[in-house]
Design a protein around this ligand. Structure first.
Ligand SMILES: [Zn+2]
Length: 278
């Protein structure tokens, strides 16, 4: 049973430009419990450094997650795009795994004209190959986590990501509350809305709530989905962040809560403090 750890998406400001090892130490200094390695532009971590990150992580008692590169589409039409996508995700898993990260959030696929099951099959096949290679590398601690998608053109509704993680137990999935808000016409405006979402997850598999990979932010949206991330307290965002935290506490959700707002460490601390006051 995990408690809920709070942390930033990326290296805290006070360690900006000083690398991931220093970032891990800064997370500890701030009193936070986890951090997401942002490989969104590229997997910039090399093997030697990744081992140092693992040492620092163990010493600080910090949990790590990864955000895979944005340039991944496991439903790509062009074979070379498919190949490059698999390579990027594999590398994110490999370096994350060596660094001691547990979960790799990924925007797994665009829908194009394909149906949900066809895309699911392609993602599962790609993950199979990646796990085979990770096995050969001796990396066993990392789980690929298809993310609740923020755009309707992307594969990854709540049902889709929960289902894929139930089919292949080497996978998990990533809850993104900002995306949930953006893709449901801004419905996450009350604690009750978050209760409803968590009830739906609990009903599907109550184990999911025991160790959930969570991303959250304030957010603006259009009918197509997310537009941009905002701080939790921004007037631009109608996501009820206090209701979200209250609901997470009430449902005793464990796992990693990653603040993906423009001022991540401030907002991770804001959520942690509110959580502890409840
Ligand atoms: Zn994401």
């Amino acid at each position: 049973m995990h408690s809920l750890s709070f942390g930033p998406a990326g290296i805290p400001q006070r360690a900006a430009g000083k690398g991931i090892v220093r970032g891990v130490e800064a997370v500890k200094e701030l009193g936070l419990g986890c951090m997401e390695l942002e490989f969104v532009q590229s997997v910039y971590l090399k093997e030697e450094k990744a081992k140092e990150v693992d040492e620092a992580r163990k010493k600080a008692g910090i949990r790590l997650s990864v955000h895979a590169p944005y340039f991944i589409n496991l439903n790509a039409r062009a074979p070379e795009t498919m190949r490059a996508s698999i390579e990027r995700l594999y590398l994110a898993c490999k370096m994350g795994g060596i660094a001691g990260a547990e979960s790799v959030a990924v925007h797994a696929a665009f829908r194009h004209e394909n149906d949900s099951k066809t895309i699911q099959k392609k993602i599962l096949e790609a993950c199979d190959e990646i796990y085979e290679r990770l096995d050969k590398d001796g990396i066993k601690n990392i789980q690929i986590a298809p993310e609740y998608a923020g755009k309707k053109s992307q594969w990854g509704t709540l049902e889709e990501v929960m289902e894929i993680a139930s089919i292949d137990k080497r996978l998990r999935w990533c809850m993104d509350f900002g995306h949930a808000h953006a893709c449901t016409n801004g419905s996450m405006t009350s604690k009750k809305a978050f209760d409803g979402l968590l009830e739906q997850i609990e009903k599907y598999d109550k184990n999911y709530l025991k160790d959930l990979h969570i991303q959250a932010c304030g957010i603006t949206y259009t009918e197509k989905g997310e537009r941009y991330h905002t701080p939790f307290e921004s007037d631009e965002s109608t996501l009820n962040w206090k209701g979200m935290i209250e609901s997470l506490k009430e449902f005793k959700v464990g796992g990693m809560f990653i603040a993906e707002t423009p001022n991540q460490e401030h907002d991770a601390l804001l959520c942690k403090q509110y959580y502890e006051e409840l």
